[in-house]
Design a protein around this ligand. Sequence first.
Ligand SMILES: Cc1cc2nc3c(=O)[nH]c(=O)nc-3n(C[C@H](O)[C@H](O)[C@H](O)COP(=O)(O)OP(=O)(O)OC[C@H]3O[C@@H](n4cnc5c(N)ncnc54)[C@H](O)[C@@H]3O)c2cc1C
Length: 424
Amino acid sequence: MNIQSFDLAIIGGGMVGLALANALADSDLSIAVIEGRTPDLSLPVDHEIRVSALSQASKNLLSRLGAWAHIEQSRHQPYQGMQVWDQDSFGKIAFDASQLKTGAVTDGSLGAIVENSIIQAALWQQAEQASNITLFHPFHCQSVAMGDKESWLNLTGSGEENKSVTQAITTKLVVGADGANSWLRSQADIPLTSWDYGHHALVATIETDLPHDAIARQAFLPQGPLAFLPLDNQGNGQNLCSIVWSLPPEQAAELKACDEVEFNRRLTTAIDNRLGYCQVVSPRGVFPLKMRYARSFAKERIALIGDAAHTIHPLAGLGVNLGFLDAASLAQTILDNHQQGKDIGELANLRSFERWRKSEAMQMIAAMESFKQLFAGANPVKKLVRDLGLVAVDKVPPVKEMFIRHAMGLTDDLPELSKPLIES
Ligand SMILES: Cc1cc2nc3c(=O)[nH]c(=O)nc-3n(C[C@H](O)[C@H](O)[C@H](O)COP(=O)(O)OP(=O)(O)OC[C@H]3O[C@@H](n4cnc5c(N)ncnc54)[C@H](O)[C@@H]3O)c2cc1C
């Protein structure tokens, strides 16, 4: 069997795993990325239905990693404003990036909507250019064993002419970036706290009569939140948005299966006709929503990042943004340890990363839970409380500014790679 040694092995070459690999590309560390699927790097003609609302902090990271340039050449839609409202009542908040008076310089947008496959392809292309990154694909891990000073991974995959090949890897640190159902997390017996949100997310691409004006919209309906995220129309005159509609599972299944005319009618009503007639122009996808929180983000010779460590409700579009912060924080911790001659896989040296990221993930999980509880249902008292809350945020400038900074991901405790590129 072929055996290779690396300083670091990352299981999962999705958006978050590749961000970590690229964040270490300028170092003298050798990095293996093991990805089960070889991504298609070509730009699809139609928009993918899985998109992410990237915060400014994520854009800062992707710019520093050289991946933003690929995204700009592919397809992305900056969004300047956000509108959030409670259906059938007075609660609403609207803001845009220009209302941010203090702190970081931005490009005038709150963030950008980008298809997940485009983000992954951009990071993949960057990783391919790095001399210290080896991409194993399509490869899967068969086993992992932890020793005192290093770990062993046994992999199987496809080699030339699609022949099955095996590969062994020794490494000081194994990072699980292998998504919500992380193989590494279960192999390492890391317990998981989880609960079902009782909702499924229906996603699709929608053509609307009226232009989106680069505004992200979110309506809170009694059944759950509905987001309209503006998409790049590539100058073809179409007004396109991506929707994420959080619904009880049976309603999501019904809306996925119903005919297009019925779907379009119900969607147009749900968004209060704000973008005129809405027409679905893609297949409809449904994703079950579950909160997951790994009780440890680090163990001896192991670290978890991205969805492998936590998944949260997509209502605030935070999942991959949190994952990118995990990647940037772990890269910073690894580089600090390496520069000080410390063992990068020793648990004691990973503790600061774990404390940093666990506390932020926990705050976000708690915030999403309160949001979800507060906005669920049509109870008139709850409705009054949330409407007053939305109006208060909208009318009190310092509170609003804090809200905008959070929406842009510009919080106080950012890792170096995610900080604004220029300070005002
Ligand atoms: C409907 C919906 C909407 C969302 N919208 C947003 C949004 O607007 N903004 C936002 O920030 N987040 C959003 N999220 C969350 C976001 O999509 C996830 O947080 C993000 O995809 C996680 O990235 P990841 O790289 O950690 O995991 P993944 O994207 O799951 O990547 C994991 C990678 O690991 C590979 N892999 C898995 N197991 C193995 C193995 N054993 N061996 C080798 N490779 C393996 C997979 O092939 C994959 O490439 C949304 C989520 C949902 C469900």
